[in-house]
Design a protein around this ligand. Structure first.
Ligand code: PLP
Length: 446
C-alpha cells in the first residue's frame, strides 16, 4: 500500500486540534493513525502493518475493503446516493428481504436506523406502545449504546454519568458463573438461580408495569458470557408468561460473529424484537435496525408508529448490506467463523488457560472470545478492577501492538474478535503473539 507519512502527520495534528473523541479525556489521548486497511490488516501512520484482532469495534465482520462491497457502494453512489425514507428504494427493499430471511422465526419487518443505539431506542419505544407499559429491564454487564435511553439500559460504568431514573430502566444480574452473584457451583445452578432472581425482580417491580426486557444474546463488550444451559429459553418463557416484550440485542453478536447468522440460533430462542447494526454491512456505511414480530408490527398496522429518521434505510448503507450478505453467503463466511472458533481459536485459548497462570477463564464461540486475566487464580483478583484499566493491562496492550497485533481490551479482559473471514494462517499468527504476551501477563500473576 502507498504510504504517505507527511499526510499521516498532518492528519494527526488536525485531529488533535479539531476532533473531539468518544469516551475520552481529550488532552490525555494519543490516538493511532490508520489511513489504510485491507482484509484483516491495517497500516499506521509510519506504514507499520498490524493484524486487527478487534475488527475495530467488533464490526468489520468481512474485514476491510471487501471488493464486492466497495464496488456495490460505488455503483449505488453513481445511481442514487440518497432518498427520503418515505419512498420505495430497491437497495432498501432488497436489504430488508435479505435480513428478514436470516432473522429467526417470523421477524420479517425491518425498521432501519443509523446504528445500534438508535435501534435499541426504537425497539423500546415499540415495546412501550405495544404493551402500554413503561419500565424496561436490562442486565448488569451489558452495553446497549451511547444515547440517553440506550446508555441507561447499559450495565457498565459508561452509564453512570448519564443515570436518569425517568428512563424507567431497571437492572438485573445475568448469569456469570466465574464471578457468580448466586453462589452457584455449576452452569445449571447458575442458570436456574439467575432465572429465579429475574422472576423475583419482575414480581417486585410488578409485571403489569414492565414493557420490555432487553439483553444481548451473548453479551459482547461486557465480557462475552455465553448464557448457561436453559437461561435464554427461561427468559423467553418468563417474558411470554408476563406479557413482556423480549428484545435481543444482536448489534455485536449478529451477522456471523458467533458462527451463526444470529447468536439466538445457538439457543433456539425467538425474541419479539431483534436489534442489529455493525456486521450487517461490516460498518462500511452506518446502518442499524430492528427486526419486528408480526404481533408488534400489527400494533402499528392501523396506528401511526411515532418515530423515524432522515436516513432510515439510506441507499448507500443498504446497498452495502445487500453486497455484504451476498458476499458472506458466496464465501461461506458464517461457516468459516464457526470453523475458526471450533478448530483454531477455541483450542488455542484452552491451551492458554492450561499453560498461563494469568488466565482465569476463556470463553466464546465463532470469532467471539474473551480471555479473562487475573493476578491470582485462587482469589480470581482481576488484572484490572471492574470499570478500570491498570498499568499491567496497558502494558499487555502495548506488547500486542509492538508485535503487530491490534487487540480489543476491556477492564481485565482481552477479547479475540478478528473478522469472520480471517485466514487460518493469520488467526494462528495472532494467537501466537497473544501466547507470547501472556508470558508477560504471567509475570504479573502470583
Ligand atoms: N448494542 C451492543 C451490544 C453493542 O455492542 C453496541 C456497540 O458497541 C451498541 C448496542 C451500540 O451501537 P452503536 O455504537 O452503533 O450505536
Amino acid at each position: 500500500l502507498q504510504h504517505d507519512s507527511e499526510g499521516a502527520r498532518r492528519a494527526y495534528e488536525l485531529d488533535r486540534k479539531h476532533v473531539f473523541h468518544s469516551w475520552s479525556a481529550q488532552d490525555l489521548l494519543d490516538p493511532m493513525v490508520i489511513i489504510a486497511a485491507e482484509g484483516s490488516h491495517v497500516w499506521d501512520g509510519e506504514g507499520n502493518k498490524y493484524l486487527d484482532f478487534s475488527s475495530q469495534l467488533v464490526n468489520t465482520n468481512i474485514g476491510h475493503q471487501h471488493p464486492a462491497v466497495v464496488s456495490a457502494i460505488a455503483a449505488q453512489a453513481a445511481k442514487l446516493c440518497t432518498i427520503a425514507p418515505g419512498y420505495v428504494n430497491d437497495a432498501r427493499s432488497e436489504a430488508a428481504r435479505l435480513i428478514a430471511e436470516r432473522t429467526p422465526g417470523e421477524l420479517d419487518k425491518i425498521f432501519f436506523t443509523n446504528g445500534g443505539a438508535d435501534a435499541n431506542e426504537h425497539a423500546v419505544r415499540m415495546a412501550r406502545l405495544h404493551t402500554g407499559r413503561h419500565k424496561v429491564l436490562s442486565a448488569y454487564r451489558s452495553y446497549h449504546g451511547g444515547t440517553q435511553l440506550a446508555v441507561n439500559l447499559t450495565g457498565d460504568p459508561r452509564r453512570w454519568a448519564s443515570d436518569n431514573a425517568s428512563t424507567g430502566t431497571i437492572h438485573f444480574f445475568p448469569p456469570y458463573l466465574y464471578r457468580t452473584a448466586f453462589h452457584s457451583t455449576t452452569k445449571e445452578e447458575e442458570s436456574q438461580r439467575a432465572l429465579e432472581h429475574l422472576e423475583q425482580l419482575v414480581g417486585f417491580e410488578g409485571p403489569s408495569t414492565i414493557a420490555a426486557l432487553i439483553l444481548e444474546s451473548i453479551p459482547g463488550t461486557a465480557g462475552i458470557y455465553l448464557p448457561p444451559p436453559g437461561y435464554l429459553q427461561g427468559v423467553r418463557d418468563l417474558c411470554t408468561r408476563y406479557g413482556i416484550v423480549l428484545i435481543c440485542d444482536e448489534v455485536m453478536s449478529g451477522f456471523g460473529r458467533t458462527g451463526k447468522w444470529f447468536a439466538v440460533e445457538h439457543f433456539d430462542v425467538v425474541p419479539d424484537l431483534l436489534t442489529f447494526a455493525k456486521g450487517v454491512n461490516s460498518g462500511y456505511v452506518p446502518l442499524g435496525g430492528v427486526a419486528i414480530s408480526p404481533e408488534i408490527a400489527a400494533t402499528f398496522g392501523q396506528r401511526v408508529y411515532p418515530g423515524g429518521l432522515t436516513y432510515s434505510g439510506h441507499p448507500l448503507a443498504t446497498a452495502a448490506a445487500v453486497a455484504t450478505i451476498k458476499a458472506m453467503e458466496d464465501e461461506q463466511t458464517v461457516q468459516h467463523a464457526a470453523f475458526l472458533g471450533e478448530t483454531v481459536i477455541g483450542p488455542a485459548l484452552s491451551g492458554f488457560a492450561d499453560r498461563h497462570p494469568s488466565v482465569g477463564e476463556v470463553r466464546g464461540t465463532g470469532v467471539f472470545w474473551a480471555i479473562e486475566l487475573v493476578k491470582n487464580r485462587g482469589t480470581r483478583e482481576p488484572m484490572a478492577a471492574y470499570g478500570t484499566s491498570s498499568p499491567e493491562m496497558n502494558q499487555l496492550v502495548a506488547a500486542c501492538k509492538s508485535r503487530g497485533l491490534l487487540p480489543f481490551a476491556n477492564f481485565n479482559r482481552i477479547h479475540v474478535v478478528p473478522p469472520c473471514n480471517t485466514l487460518v494462517a493469520d488467526a494462528r499468527a495472532g494467537l501466537s503473539i497473544l501466547d507470547e504476551v501472556l508470558d508477560i501477563a504471567d509475570g504479573f500473576a502470583a
